[in-house]
Design a protein around this ligand. Structure first.
Ligand code: SIN
Length: 289
């Protein structure tokens, strides 16, 4: 195991940092591993460039953040049940793609993933970026009155895009290459999570609702919930809370799903985009008092 000195440079005034000087294919010493764990808590999203990782090496790196969690409703990579291939083929035009709406990964699970890791193998020459939002900042920028109103509230999350009620309309073309399971009634099951969650490591409060998986507030109808949910989504999308990453082959991003949302931009029809994705088991979201 060699000695590695890493450098961490913020990419915006808010969230996101690029980490240099580390080869993620090699075992990391305790000091570097500790720095990378701390860096994720501090910066919410970390970016690495110029990596060359086999699926086994990506799995080994991902375990730095905890035990892996299998992705539900998406076909795993052959021989690697912990890895999915996020793929859009060049001939898949005008389709809806994986992650192309603001979300926190699989927030409908009882224990949603704490982190996700995405490693780029093939990317379009232009486009196909990913954006993240800092949900601590989004929470903190709310008025005191709104914070009081949200205190103690829970929202209902479900895996609607994989279920029956939220199945894409018949005329909407979806990706064939990623292997998403649809129309599974089990995915419609709702799980209640706090609207404002406390991060177990930073202790900070983050807004925890997203437009793919959050359908309504607990004990309220969808129609009653819609105006406030829409307000919170629109409020969270201020450019000041965002960062954007331009992928290159060999780029890797790690993000904390407990305090961010992200969005995969689908602006690259005619090009192939392939990334390997792993995720780390999280805990039951904690209600912030
Ligand atoms: C995801 O939402 O996990 C995928 C993001 C991306 O493809 O950029």
């Amino acid at each position: 195991m060699g000695y590695q000195t890493i450098a961490i440079e913020k990419v915006t005034g808010g969230l996101g940092a690029e980490v240099r000087g580390v080869d993620l294919s090699r075992p990391l010493g305790d000091a570097v591993a500790g720095e990378l764990r701390r860096a994720l808590v501090d910066h919410l999203v970390l970016f690495f460039r110029g990596q060359r990782l086999t699926p086994e090496q990506q799995i080994a790196f991902s375990r730095l953040y905890g035990p892996l969690q299998r992705v539900p409703y998406v076909r795993p990579m052959e021989g690697f049940p912990d890895v999915i291939r996020v793929l859009k083929e060049a001939d898949e035009r005008r389709i809806s793609t994986f992650g192309n709406a603001w979300h926190s990964d699989f927030s409908f699970l009882e224990e949603p993933p704490m982190a996700s890791i995405l490693y780029a193998l093939e990317v379009p020459e232009h486009g196909g970026d990913t954006l993240w939002i800092d949900m601590y900042e989004a929470y903190e920028a709310l008025s005191d009155g709104m914070k009081r109103m949200l205190r103690g509230l829970r929202a209902m999350h479900s895996g609607r895009p994989y279920g029956v009620t939220g199945a894409p309309p018949k005329d909407l073309r979806t990706s064939r290459s990623i292997g998403i399971e649809r129309n599974n009634p089990e995915a419609d099951r709702e799980v209640a999570h706090p609207v404002v969650r406390r991060h177990p490591e930073s202790g900070r409060k983050a807004l925890f609702v997203n437009s793919i998986y959050t359908g309504r507030f607990e004990d309220m109808s969808e129609a009653e919930s819609r105006p406030l949910l829409d307000y919170l989504y629109q409020h969270a999308l201020r450019p000041e809370f965002a960062c954007r990453f331009r992928w290159q082959p060999g780029s890797l991003a790690v993000w904390d799903n407990r305090c961010t949302m992200h969005y995969a931009v689908n602006d690259y029809d005619g090009s192939r985009r392939l990334l390997h994705r792993t995720q780390v088991q999280g805990e039951k979201p904690m209600l912030a008092d």
